[in-house]
Design a protein around this ligand. Structure first.
Ligand SMILES: Nc1ncnc2c1ncn2[C@@H]1O[C@H](COP(=O)(O)OP(=O)(O)O)[C@@H](O)[C@H]1O
Ligand SMILES: [Mg+2]
Length: 415
């Protein structure tokens, strides 16, 4: 999906959106360069045609890449003077340097990772986000911006997200083949959280679950910042292939059955209600089988139960207290499935709502559903004020916010 927005001061005008079926990706990683390139070109081409503009650089959302999320506290001596911009950056960079090193080298070990990743902790990793969650000057805690304060020590609680270098390199090769530069990379639950959660919700503590095709990603927000991210390599595409296998139909028909009749929870009427399942026979003729809806729900529900149970165990393992993840927001294309909110509330034992983007990118009505949360959140990320970008440890002190302000910086820093 590609969204072109023009940044105008502190808001953005959406000029064009291109939405095509993604190909060549598995669990958020490129598995077929040509197919991936073609689908990027199609989405970008459609958005450019609508916008009447040619894209040169992009903010990319990352939903795979085996993200590791780690947080720790770092401290430097100030010596009783005012905290400067340079001090702030130095202490954050120190955190980035220590946490961004290969997990095995730091001895801290990853707190997260993808299931079944045999190379976990051994591959080279890149720092995607360096988020100062809060500063401390001497005894005063939870200072959002310490610059100008006087103290002897400056400490920061910093959250660093790293991702697999090979996954990133393959994605960046694909983008380069489309003649585009990468301006920034944002993990998808961070982007979706910026779009779907109010500043108050991000401050008090909310969990964002972004239900995509190949992945389900998790973001925990607190004190206004993402404090934990994780990724499960299961998504809506798995539900679709379960349906295709279970009902002996094509993937295209399975996808249609899911969106038209699918539900995450069984209802009493499901046993009586019949649905037509198209089946292609050996001589390629298409016939229809009438199947009770209960069979379809019986295929969908276990996969989603498994997904939310995994989400729950990742959240429990993250070490955040219950209060932090009392409120859960579901978003992404998969959040449109009937009754998914109720199933999530039951398994996570939390209040759950469906999140729609309502950030700075004003989307037309037909594009305002949960499936557009991540792409809308990329615009919100691009609009984070310079101070925030500085604090993310990316931009130069004099960098101006704007479409081309940080062009290439991300690549320069990371490749
Ligand atoms: N109405 C719907 N009901 C159930 N699933 C849906 C619906 N609409 C889209 N999806 C699923 O959402 C997934 C795509 O989500 P999306 O956020 O657009 O993808 P991604 O973020 O992975 O690019 C697909 O697996 C698709 O089947
Ligand atoms: Mg999505």
């Amino acid at each position: 999906m590609c969204l072109i927005a023009k940044l105008e001061g502190d808001h953005a005008r959406v000029l064009g959106v291109g939405h095509v079926k993604s190909r060549g990706l598995k669990a958020g990683a490129v598995i077929d360069l040509d197919a991936c390139e073609q689908s990027i070109l199609q989405a970008v081409g459609a958005a450019e045609a609508q916008a009447g503009e040619t894209l040169r650089s992009v903010v990319l959302s990352l939903s795979g890449g085996h993200p590791f999320s780690r947080t720790s506290v770092h401290e430097i001596e100030i010596g009783g003077r005012e905290v400067t911009d340079a001090d702030t950056r130095r202490v954050v960079q120190e955190g980035r340097r220590r946490l961004g090193a290969a997990p095995s080298a730091t001895g801290l070990g990853p707190t997260t990772g993808m299931m079944g990743d045999a190379t976990r902790g051994q591959t080279e990793r890149y720092v995607i986000h360096t988020v100062p969650v809060a500063f401390k000057v001497d005894g005063s805690m939870d200072i959002p911006d310490p610059r100008g304060m006087v103290g002897n020590t400056l400490a920061v609680r910093v959250h660093v997200v790293t991702a697999s270098s090979t996954v990133l390199k393959n994605l960046s090769n694909c983008i380069a083949r489309c003649h585009l530069d990468i301006q920034d990379v944002v993990v998808s639950p961070y982007a979706a959280g910026l779009a779907c959660l109010d500043p108050d919700q991000r401050h008090l503590g909310h969990v964002l679950i972004d239900m995509g095709a190949g992945t389900t990603t998790i973001g925990v927000f607190k004190q206004g910042q993402p404090v934990f991210v994780d990724c499960l390599p299961i998504g809506g595409a798995h539900v679709t292939s379960d349906i295709a296998r279970g009902l002996a139909t094509s993937l295209a028909h399975a996808e249609r059955l899911k969106t038209l009749h699918g539900s995450a929870l069984a209802a009493d009427a499901d046993a009586r209600e019949m649905i037509e399942v198209p089946v292609t026979s050996d001589d390629q003729t298409v016939q229809s089988n009438a199947v009770p809806k209960a069979i379809l729900t019986g295929i969908i529900q276990p996969r989603l139960e498994e997904t939310f149970e995994l989400v729950r165990s990742r959240l429990e393992a993250s070490g955040f207290d219950h209060q932090t993840w009392n409120h859960v927001v579901l978003t992404g294309g998969g959040a449109q499935l009937h009754s998914v909110r109720d199933l999530a509330a039951h398994i996570l034992d939390r209040t759950v709502r469906i999140g729609r983007p309502h950030g700075q990118a004003k989307l037309p009505k037909d594009l305002s559903g949960p499936a557009f949360a991540t792409v809308a959140g990329l615009v919100d990320f691009a609009l984070l004020p310079t101070a925030d970008l500085l604090r993310l440890g990316r931009a130069k002190p004099d960098a101006k916010p704007g479409v081309f302000g940080r062009l290439g910086l991300w690549l320069k820093e990371n490749f």
